[in-house]
Design a protein. Sequence first.
Lengths: 177, 658, 336
Amino acid sequence: MRHGAAMFLFTLLTLAACQREERDTRPQSSLGSGEQPMPVTTLEPGGQRPSASDNKAASFEANAFHLSEGKRLFSWFNCSGCHANGGGGMGPALMDQKWLYGSSIENIHATIRDGRPKGMPSFRDKIPDDQIWELAAFVRSLSGNAPSSAAPQRNDDMMPHPSENRMPDAATLGKSP
Amino acid sequence: MSSADLTSERDLPPKRETASKGDLAPEPDGPRDTGMDDASLHRWLTRAWRTPPGIIGALSSVDHKVIARRYLITAFIFLCLGGLNAVAMRVQLSGPQRGLIGPDLYNQLFTMHGVTMMFLFAVPIVQATGIYLVPLMVGTRNIAFPRLNAFGYWIYVSGGAFAWISFLLNMAPDVGWFAYVPLSGPEFSPGKRADVWAQMITYTEVSSLAVAVATIVTVFKQRAPGMSLDKIPLYVWALLVTSFVVVFAMPAVMITSTFLILDRLVGTHIFNPAEGGDALLFQHLFWFFGHPEVYIIFLPATGMVSSIIPAFARRPTFGHLGLVLSLISVGFLSFGLWVHHMFATGLPKLGASFFTASSMLIAIPNGVQIFCWLATLWDGRPVIRTPLLFVFGFFFIFVIGGLTGVMLASVPLDLQVHDTYFVVAHFHYVLIGGSVFPLLGAAYFWFPKITGRMMSERLGRWHFGLAFIGFNAAFFPMHLVGLWGMPRRVYTYSAELGWGNINLFISAGAMLFFLSFVLFTFNLIHGALKGAPAGDNPWDAGTLEWATSSPPPSYNFTRIPIVTNVEPLWAERETLPVATGLRVDVRELLISTVAEAHPDIREKSATPSIWPLLAAIAVGATFLYSIFTPWAIVWGAVPIALTLVGWFWPKGDPEDEE
Amino acid sequence: MKRLAWTGFGTACVFLQGCSGWQSALDPKGPAASELAWLIWFFTALCAVIWVLVMIALATPLLMRPLARSEPLALDSGADRRKLRVVVIAVGLTAAIVVGLTLLSFFANRTLAAIGSDAALTIRVTGHQWWWEVRYEDATPSRILTTANEIHIPAGEPVRLLLTSTDVIHSFWVPSLSGKLDLIPGHINVLDIKADKPGVYRGQCAEFCGAQHANMGTFIIAEPRAKFDAWWNDQLQPAGPPASDEAKAGEDLFLSRPCVMCHRIGGTPAGGTVAPDLTHIASRRTLAAGTLTMSRGNLAAWIADPQGVKPGSHMPVVELNGDELNAIVAYLEGLK
């Protein structure tokens, strides 16, 4: 019995560590090429609309490597040009809990892929799909939505906000006007 | 041993303790060993010093021999694991563009190889040998601070297990055993891999420091009467110097790894150039530890050589004083040459040249050692047994390593060979030649003392031949391939560079070397189970550890010997003079003065306790938790404090009375 | 076993041959490397002599008649005094050799420092995970040239390299021209190199820098001055228009697909700065920092599956069908 419990704990630990530490450079996601429209909200007349959520998509934000790749791409692709390290400028802030187009990783993926009105361009075909997932996972970590054991740490240049793994959790951050 | 030597009794101050307590009532005194016959002495001492039976008893043991045996076996297991890492790497490198191991795994493999060999094998095993032998060689009944010593072992095991379980969980560090920032820093090492490195280093060095402190105090205060500074065996000197080097070097790496985890976990900017930190600071701090580390591994091995050579050359070491002075000067100089690991970082040229001079300088005391050993051997044909064969192997290999070390000390030359396979060859020649070969010799030499049985001489010679050929076949060609431009830490190389054949040859040599260890393991097991009985002193050597039975009883010596010579067993062929007057019903030690080793006071030695293990578990859990959050230090302080309170809580044992 | 013997033989042949020459410290092609090779040989010879002497000293007692030393403490004090004299002389010699070698390396260091003191050409080399950005400095801004992984230099002239890094520590090492020097973020290191004769010299990153440390090669291509100047002028030109319809389609694909996010091609809207400049990619010898030789097939292989060729590199897998891949390869192949 005790052995069973120990084994269970060990397996759990293994799975958690594996998910966090895996460095799959060729994720072959094939999740997001999905052309299906992504609902922005789960509010639907007549009950809850089925969520298109996929475990594999969510696993991006439990994985330290994907999150850090997302962080690198966020700066490489000049997301800061409008979102200013997440603080917001020309584009909305990303480090609060205010989500105009939904807060799930699928929503954010859809936002990056298809663009949104008033300025967010579509990056469909401009960014390979797994990189969009990485970016989406990172964007969620900006507001403390990723597990802090996997979230990126401070970068080596000037940091305008606490590193992602030190972010207060989403509830603390609240909603900016 | 003669039981009653009156001169010795005169030396002992049995009254002093009561005298120092002034007018207080004299403490109840138990039976003393004065005038007691051997059989009843054995009964009394066994009852006072034995490790209690049962699992709890085994876990609470504070006997230095028991702890040292555990250390030796654990370190040997880590050696095998590190060796398997090496085998995997050599298979991958045996040809150009092999696809067996990808970069992600390869980087973890070579990091684990370095970390295991340096922190989990080399340092612990030399210290473990010291834990076993130093108390025997200085003629005392247990090491100083025995519970701290036990605590050190538990910390070491859990640190090693921590690293290897991480490896199984795919979260082993992959940034090299040196873990340079920024690569190991927050931006370029996602996940917990580098945190595992940082905490595991801090952790195992705690155990290293504990052993060093215990060794220093044992050597300074627990030497047998008459063992003045000039009569301390060279092995004990070597361990003493090593322990001091540990005390001054290890904090540097603990600070480095702590800074690293602060950068990663708390978000400090100690190594971040953009916010006023500096990446090179890491290298300075690391190598300020890293170079003395080499001598921490090497100096005890010189002590082993200095023990083996006299036994087989049948004379005391030539130039005892010169050897002691060179040990001490190596210890000092080792702190002044760390920068030669950083010549390629673009330091100011004059400063770099200074470190060329200091690095070359250390060749002189090492030269003194080599010459003195050679002079010891010159007195005639030595008795050639396996331990001495390994010492010959040591000369052959280590001298090459030392000479290539002189090459590396030269700034311009280093710029060509730094971080190439030339350096890999160099430090394997130094570390395997300078430390592992003497260790293997020492294993054959002291195995009879530890187990009471001899290892097979025939297998030993085969082992030596295989190890010697395998080692040189594996590592000598690395010098060449390094000069031909092959950098270190590459997981593959392209065929057109022309390194394929020679790498295949190297891999074959490495397999042979690995096989020699399989043979060694067999010889160890075979010897322990079926070896011929050894007797007290199978080699007719001269130092005190051979004066007691093999294996030694839990109390080491029936009566504390008196030392009249560096090799007391050679000077006093018939009977060893002994000192008497110690209590036998409780654990009592004889404390002597630092320089002259005059008997000074009688002191109690700690009894077995489970608390060191519990404290180690508390500390281990804190460290493990601290790779996830810095708050672990705060929450972990509570259980650590509780276990320490339990550890030091007065129990009313006679040993605690003072 | 036979294979082993064969390998041994092969190794012996290589020993005799000396070295492969392309990337070897023992095959110097410039003044710095020559000085260093001389130093290496000198040290090696001296060390070999010392080692042989020590081994002779070690072997001597083994060849002696057996000497029954039954009483270990019975020492011949006269013999020990003579031995002491020998040991003192040996230590004195060691000290003298050590001082000599220190002076030797000090003066060698000065010789090396003097090589590039009058360098006219400055090249800024920036290390990236896992490629080299190469920028030719010039007083005229329009003549500043950025390329990647291959460094063309005029033969026979000293060239100053300014080494730095934007991510982790790398080390620049072209053994047949010079010793190595680290590229450290936040530091600028100066390395002067000079190639005596025109030729191609391979180098490689020598400081562990992550997953693809093994595949971070570079080439120094030394050319006569005139050819070098022509090369520079050539490289300053923007990319020409695509030569064929297929290449034109390739250009369109390049500009509409992820390529454009990271790479720059002069004369087109592609202006990414985080990956190697591709304006004249087809004029380079290799792809992916010395990982593959430049050819149509390798270009296609690299673009189709970069993570198979160089796992962990920052070049992502881009989904392209066969026609698209061919078109992009045709376009890039034309960027001479």
